[in-house]
Design a protein around this ligand. Structure first.
Ligand code: GLY
Length: 269
């Protein structure tokens, strides 16, 4: 979800779970996938939730050589008529990018394509968009040179970028927060302070959530005041329901097991 506004969320790419998914990286909150059949069923429910809520979903084929290939968000960044193809931060994941890049180039004729060059590196999962304000996580996957390339693109588009240092116990910026709408950011206690986001634009708000619901802070907002969220995070759910959102809950246990969150599994374009 991370790099498009709500009004731009009509189409998305997802990618099937690889038969080698059991070997996906799990170095942060995941303990490693244990059941590929369940993972595939959960991924189908995810894709169905997008489709049945108005998103035109294209599913790319899995790559058996890349256990993490389902996590497409990291591989390409689409912002207002531009596609930034980052150098993914984990070396083992760099080969996931070509089919995603080919698809976007074919679909988005006329968009400007910017290809990041090493030693710059960045995962799409480190970018968060709040309306026309952007945040980027400086993390184990995203370095200063990668941030500089993103800033060049956003300067060109006239959008502000704010840098947030990701604590060592977190993977990506979007592993710990999300924007269920263009005005709200969900942030867990114990990971980031409200001050790390700077002064909020008029009408925007940071909602602090309990530390134990950090995984639930990753949500996908959709047009029509809908939000997809992971099952099992009651404070996040009730906070969103109290604000008038229609909540669509999904079991993400086998996706979470590979350090994956809701937003990791799609690219809106
Ligand atoms: N398993 C997701 C990642 O580490 O990138």
């Amino acid at each position: 979800m991370a790099t498009v506004r709500l009004d731009q969320k009509s189409r998305a790419i997802v990618r099937s779970i690889s038969d080698s998914y059991i070997n996906a990286i799990a170095s942060y909150f995941g303990s490693g996938p244990t059941d590929i059949a369940v993972a595939k069923a959960q991924h189908k429910a995810y894709s169905d939730a997008l489709s049945s809520n108005g998103v035109d979903v294209t599913t790319l084929e899995a790559d058996q050589n890349h256990p993490d290939c389902v996590f497409v968000e990291d591989q390409a960044v689409v912002i207002d008529g531009h596609v930034l193809l980052p150098v993914p931060g984990h070396e083992s994941r760099r080969g996931e990018q070509p089919p995603i890049a080919d698809f976007l180039v074919e679909q988005l004729k006329g968009h400007q394509i910017c290809k990041m060059q090493s030693p710059a590196m960045m995962d799409g999962g480190d970018i968060l968009r709040l309306g026309n304000l952007f945040f980027v996580g400086r993390s184990t996957r995203t370095n200063d040179a990668g941030i500089a390339e993103l800033k060049d693109l956003l300067d060109h588009l006239g959008h502000e970028l704010r840098v947030i240092d990701i604590p060592p116990h977190a993977l990506h910026l979007t592993s710990i927060c999300s924007t269920p709408s263009d005005q709200l950011i969900l942030v867990p206690e114990g990971y980031l302070s409200p001050e790390s986001f700077g002064v909020m634009p008029d009408g925007c708000e940071i909602i602090m959530m309990p530390q134990e619901e950090v995984y639930g802070c990753n949500t996908i907002g959709l047009p029509g005041n809908k939000v997809i969220l992971a099952e099992g995070y009651p404070t996040v759910k009730s906070e969103l329901e109290n604000r008038g959102f229609e909540c669509i809950s999904i079991d993400m246990s086998q996706i979470r097991a590979a350090d994956g969150s809701l937003t990791c599994c799609s690219i809106f374009y």
